[in-house]
Design a protein around this ligand. Sequence first.
Ligand code: SER
Length: 316
Amino acid sequence: MKNILIIGSLGQLGSEIALECRKRYGDDHVVLTDIRNDVNKPLVEGGPFYLVDARDGQSVDAIVKKHNIDTIYHLAAVLSARAEKDPLNAWNLNMGGLIATLEVAKTNGCAVFTPSSIGAFGPTTPKQYTPQDTIQRPTSIYGVTKVAGELLCDYYYHKFDVDTRGIRFPGVISNMTPPGGGTTDYAVEIYYEAVKSHHYTCFLRGDTYLDMIYMPDAVQAAIQIMEANPAKLRHRNAFNIAAMSFCPEEQAAYIRTHIPDFTISYDIDPVKQAIADSWPDSLEDYAARVEWDWKPRFDLAAMTSDMLTTIQRRSE
Ligand code: SER
């Protein structure tokens, strides 16, 4: 039986990975931490929960020992656009949290999942079908922390034999917990505004292509890679995964197949646009498919239909 700790468990990814893990492994076997406890009551009260700063290695160590944890999901991070507003804070939180987790994992023999991102690439990376192993010179502080994180996880694996694993996530689209401060947040907001007011003002240009993934596939990927046979994992900490690539204009067109009078306009945010322009248009994910059988279920059409139906149902 697995005993799992999820750090940053009330965020966009954390809340849904936590829910699925509790279903799979049992409420008492999935311990949650976050720096707040005032959202998502069912998660906070549905099993062990601790208020802890991800950088507080001592407290995390005590929780790991108390609950006999064998697998840690480290999901506490400042996203790309917010990070540009306070780069020092983003570095301190993203790197401080990760190194604290890796140290605890080293001491206690835990496996660690750390998300990397399409943000780990930069303007000199090949833009189309970005290969698994390629140039990584990101220009955002978020990207700098992601590349450093990939390398740090590799280092702890080689040097200390910590079972580190990770995925480069595309923009994640979901309907339970909103993302906060990401460049890809528009692709979530657009569905809510489509249902509410049949109009969305987008902060990226209409022809900006980025890789995206629907949350059920993202959760499946995070769990699947931690259950994968370690002998098959050559790219431990930085698997490209791909599910769909689209631009705001295309997403709007798919929304129009459900809401025919939906309109989109543009009010470009120069910081977010610059970040988006520095990221790949689409990733190549052969390694993930071969090494741990990655296969997405949702494309843009299926996701759009599911998002709009779910948001509509909730708003009634
Ligand atoms: N969704 C993230 C962001 O926009 C990318 O990893 O920051």
